[in-house]
Design a protein around this ligand. Structure first.
Ligand SMILES: [Zn+2]
Length: 255
């Protein structure tokens, strides 16, 4: 379990009367949460929930919803856009403090139906394997573990914690974009529980993507009599495409 993330998650939610004493209690609670969290991770990984596979996403959602309700959340299912009948999940916890914290994770994976049977959850050494184990079933389990620990330690010094579970992330979250944007606006900080980086560090920015339309107009001229007066649009497009490749960070240019 990435303890750095867990500690950050808990640490950003609460005012600490005594860091050292609380750290010890959090560590003890995290140790206790490890076995049930691994059992839940196994259950979730062994359910096929590829994007668009509503029965699997529904099973994941039902399991997680039950866990969240046990922790006292009010949970809402938000329909995906047609024709995908999968539903997103939004769970809300109310605290006694001020900070409004959004946690984001997703229930869908990139794996087709049958993958979980072909290569089910397994642990080798200190590493767990299986379809979607890190991306993002592990993220869901981390969120639940943190919330469980906070409840066990009666840590409520936050205004609101919202856990938003997207059902369509692996296909671009198009069906959840409006939901994520409107929910995010109601929070002070968002933590996205995607797989971490080596060392369990927090990633504070990520690359994005965008679409652009470049219009190029040429200038007609007689190819034989006055070619120097013409401008070739295709040549200019080729030039622009080559320039686009230089917009990436040094060393990370698209090839
Ligand atoms: Zn992901």
């Amino acid at each position: 379990m990435p303890r750095t993330l867990l500690a950050t998650l808990i640490g950003c939610c609460i005012a600490l009367p005594s860091y050292a004493a609380l750290d010890e209690r959090i560590k003890a609670a995290a140790d206790q949460a490890q076995a049930p969290s691994m059992a839940l991770l196994e259950q979730l990984v062994n359910i096929d929930s590829g994007s668009g596979y509503a029965p699997g996403i529904g099973q994941v959602s039902a399991l997680v919803k039950a866990e969240l309700e046990k922790l006292g959340a009010s949970v809402q299912e938000v329909p995906n856009s047609a024709p995908d009948p999968s539903k997103h999940l939004v769970a809300t916890f109310k605290g006694t403090g001020k900070a409004r914290i959004l946690l984001l994770a997703h229930m869908d994976t990139v794996f087709k139906e049958g993958t979980a049977k072909e290569r089910p959850f397994r642990v080798e050494g200190n590493r767990a394997y299986g379809p979607g184990v890190a991306d993002d079933k592990g993220g869901i389990v981390i969120a639940l573990a943190a919330l469980k620990i906070m409840k066990a330690l009666d840590l409520k010094d936050y205004g609101q914690i919202t856990l938003l579970l997207d059902a369509s992330e692996e296909t671009g979250s198009q069906a959840a974009t409006a939901l994520i944007a409107s929910t995010a606006k109601q929070h002070d900080v968002a933590l996205n529980l995607e797989p971490g980086r080596p060392g369990d560090g927090l990633v504070i920015w990520r690359k994005g993507s965008a679409n652009a339309v470049v219009e190029v107009k040429g200038k007609a001229s007689h190819a034989g009599v006055a070619p120097e007066l013409g401008r070739n649009a295709a040549t200019e497009v080729a030039h622009q495409v080559l320039q686009l490749g230089k917009l990436g960070d040094e060393g990370k240019r698209p090839r």
